[in-house]
Ligand binder design. Structure first.
Ligand code: GUN
Length: 300
């Protein structure tokens, strides 16, 4: 059997960013406001700093305003809530992204609940979680949807066309990825199974998948013999592991070389799902700016 076709998330994300930049320019010519994205980082986690910087930089590159809020790790919940209240009221801000994880002394659900659902470009507010959870098959996504899951669904639609009737197995039940991916794939008429740490005979369940989405955060956890020949495999994991010569390297949650020999389509790590997250955040921010200007969501 031929090697899996690699799904080039880096190229797809670049195309999406270009289309979003066009949407930003069109919004300006139709009298709409310049989209604004506010990022909030509490503390100085190095990985989170890298993500937040990349979000702000990309927003600026696409013609959006970017507002970068850095707060010390000791920031109280009340102080963070006060900042969110100001951003909710600020008409130049269309998207609010509070980088997770937050320090332990802050109640994350309480913070997410405080964000205006129409500025919730992460799609983590319970209103938006509920909208996604109750969406009808094929209905338009006219509310913010979590960025990484949205990116996964875009890559699958691009690689496979219609997903109707396919068996989709998701490894991992997180609220950030596994569950919203399941909702998106149900909307696209897949038959969806969500698996987790207590699933019996996980390899056998994975082998039933035409589409396998893996978001579990364990390096090279899914092996080649867990994959149905020809399946589409979406690897959401980004894990740094020790490599030769005292160096480190990035690997996904799927054993790449093994999977490549069996799968029909496969996302690489890096360069697969990763670049889609920020591109989809820009997409969500543009859509919320359109809403704020009285315009409907528009496919880009
Ligand atoms: N931390 C890891 N991924 C994400 C994400 O998609 N959004 C936010 N806000 N924080 C994250």
């Amino acid at each position: 059997m031929a090697e899996a076709k690699l799904i080039d998330g880096k190229a797809f994300a670049a195309g999406l960013r270009t289309r979003v930049a066009k949407g930003v320019a069109e919004l300006a010519t139709s009298g709409g406001a310049k989209p604004g994205l506010a990022t909030v980082l509490v503390g100085a986690d190095p990985a989170s700093e890298v993500y937040v910087r990349s979000k702000g930089k990309t927003a600026s590159e696409l013609g959006m305003a970017s507002f970068d809020h850095r707060l010390p790790a000791e920031t109280t919940e009340a102080e963070l809530l006060a900042l969110i209240a100001r951003l909710n009221a600020d008409r130049s801000v269309n998207g609010i992204l509070v980088q997770l994880p937050l320090p332990k002394h802050i109640d994350t659900p309480k913070i997410l609940l405080a964000i205006d659902p129409n500025k919730d470009v992460d799609g983590f507010h319970p209103i938006n979680v509920g909208r996604l959870g109750s969406i009808a098959a094929g209905a338009p996504l006219d509310f913010p949807v979590p960025c990484t899951p949205l990116g996964c669904s875009m890559l699958l639609a691009d690689a496979l066309g219609s997903l109707a009737g396919r068996n989709a197995v998701i490894v991992g039940r997180s609220t950030l990825v596994g569950r919203p991916v399941a909702q998106l794939l149900l909307r696209m008429d897949c038959t969806v199974t969500i698996t987790h740490s207590r699933t019996r005979d996980l390899p056998a369940v994975c082998r039933s998948a035409d589409i396998l989405v893996v978001a579990i955060g364990k390096p090279e956890f899914v092996r080649g013999d867990w994959i149905k020949p020809g399946a589409a495999v979406i690897d959401v994991g980004i894990n740094r592991i020790p490599a030769e010569g005292g160096k480190t390297r990035l690997v996904g949650d799927v054993a790449f070389a093994e999977a490549r020999a069996v799968a029909g389509h496969l996302t690489p790590v890096p360069g697969g799902v990763g670049p889609m997250t920020v591109a989809c955040l820009m997409y969500n921010t543009l859509q919320e700016a359109r809403r704020a200007s009285g315009l409907p969501f528009a496919a880009v």
